[in-house]
Design a protein around this ligand. Structure first.
Ligand code: GLN
Length: 451
């Protein structure tokens, strides 16, 4: 049924880069066989899923949305992929994304943009626009995203889906093509809070193949998703994440949701996180620095397309020609910024300062979590913007990632839950919940109370 749905709508939505028809049907048959053989599989066995094309999977292409990796087949499964297959989840195919997960609209994909199912003229957000759009358009009930600065949560907000960024280290990054290793975190995408939690539970847990993986039990996310209970919970509204630059319809939906939580017995408090103001500046130094290093491996010798290998060019020229042709403009921009920020004499001024801000943001969170069990804000200042739209409001654009980035810098857990449509444009609005590291279950408590 989901393959039929993909056939019916994906020519318009373009959520998928690759649909693995035969592989998916084969996986479904093998789930039947495992059950017939008496194996006890979990609740998502046989349920289809869309996999962001940044995760390796044996037998299908992995491109990370880049021409650089066109035709690349990974020789191993990512830990996330392997856990899904072990649980009997059926992987339908690979979803579109901004190139190497750099972007907020999926328009940086080397293979064309994905369209928002609510309005085909709008973006589904990014970088995981394909995963969110596939779930919103009922092409798949589940998807996997990765969140370095908001790439699960912002597309969730733009498409009316649930997206969770687990605590850093909660889900293995092994086999995820790295963007910024100290920020990257895979996570679940679905249409309901319980589906999201069930998927979270499958992919989470310690992995010796990822040196930053947490070696401790996953928080009780499924129980929390079933609880629906926020009575007595202290919910902190972050002063700095609202006001100027936020669309009226987004603020209204946010305010209604906070009132709803108060009606359900939560205690609403106001908290201030003064250093969040610097989060975006710090992020756009740390991320380029790390990605300039991570993307050095795409030099056409070990990985990546090879250009100019005709016997007339030196190996170094082949690397230059290949990187010049394979990478898109945004990727080149960030590699150049990162290389500059890490160069001798500038390291302390840029990367060093950004790391200090990172510590200050962590302290803001620590202080805020003394006063509140979770923090909340809109996920994004506006609803989905138009495809190709050149915004004439730089402040709104600048602030697009502002709410989501602090959690990546601090490594704590956060999520976006759909809370209805904006009265401005009848597009979905996301409610952003942030919890302390290792307390991912609190996100699901709040999300389940809102459903
Ligand atoms: N929009 C952010 C960026 O462009 C987020 C990316 C991400 O989370 N992968 O870096």
């Amino acid at each position: 049924a989901h393959l039929d749905r993909i056939d019916a709508v994906d020519a318009d939505i373009r959520a998928f880069l690759h649909v693995d028809r035969e592989g998916a049907l084969e996986q479904a048959r093998s789930v039947d066989a495992r059950i017939a053989a008496g194996e006890r599989l979990g609740p998502l066995a046989g349920v289809p899923l869309a996999l962001k094309d940044v995760m390796t999977q044996v037998g299908v292409p992995t491109t990370a949305g880049s021409k650089m990796l066109e035709g690349y087949h990974a020789p191993y499964n990512a830990t996330v992929t392997q856990r899904l297959l072990d649980a009997g989840v059926v992987i339908l195919g690979k979803t579109n994304m901004d190139e190497f997960a750099m972007g907020s609209s999926t328009e940086n994909s080397g293979f064309g943009p994905t369209h928002n199912p609510w309005n085909l003229e709008r973006t589904p957000g990014g970088s995981g626009g394909g995963s969110a759009a596939a779930v919103a358009a009922f092409e798949a009930p589940l998807a996997i995203g990765t969140d370095t600065g908001g790439s699960i949560r912002q597309p969730g907000a733009f498409t009316g889906t649930v997206g969770v960024k687990p605590t850093y280290g909660g889900v293995s990054r092994y086999g995820q093509i790295a963007l910024a290793s100290s920020l990257d975190q895979p996570g679940p995408v679905a249409r309901t809070v319980l589906d999201t939690a069930l998927l979270h539970e499958i992919i989470a847990g310690h992995d010796p193949l990822d040196s930053t993986s947490l070696d401790e039990p996953t928080p009780p996310v499924v129980d929390a998703a079933r609880s629906g209970d926020v009575s007595g919970m202290r919910i902190g509204v972050v002063t700095e994440l609202g006001g100027e630059g936020y669309a009226p319809g987004v603020e209204a939906a946010f305010g209604r949701t906070v009132d709803q939580l108060a009606d359900l017995g939560a205690e609403i408090v106001e908290v201030s996180c003064p250093n969040f103001e610097y989060a975006l500046a710090a992020y756009y130094l740390i991320l380029p620095a790390e990605c300039s290093s991570n993307l050095a491996r795409f030099e056409a010798m070990r990985f990546g397309r090879r250009v100019g290998d005709d016997g007339t060019h030196s190996a170094e020229d082949v690397m230059k020609l290949s990187r010049g042709a394979g990478f898109g403009a945004e990727v080149k921009r960030r590699i150049i910024i990162g290389t500059y920020a890490l160069s001798a004499g500038y390291y302390d001024a840029y990367y060093g300062s950004a790391q200090k801000i990172r510590t200050l943001i962590q302290r803001d969170f620590d202080a805020a979590f003394e006063k509140a069990d979770v923090l909340v804000s809109p996920t994004t200042p506006t609803t989905a913007f138009g495809l190709g739209e050149r915004t004439d409001d730089p402040l709104a654009m600048y602030k697009n990632d502002l709410c989501t980035i602090p959690s990546n810098l601090a490594g704590n857990a956060s999520a976006s839950f759909p809370v209805g449509l904006s009265e401005d444009d009848q597009m979905p609005v996301g409610f952003h919940v942030m919890a302390p590291a290792r307390a991912d279950d609190r996100l699901y408590r709040v999300g389940s109370a809102l459903e």
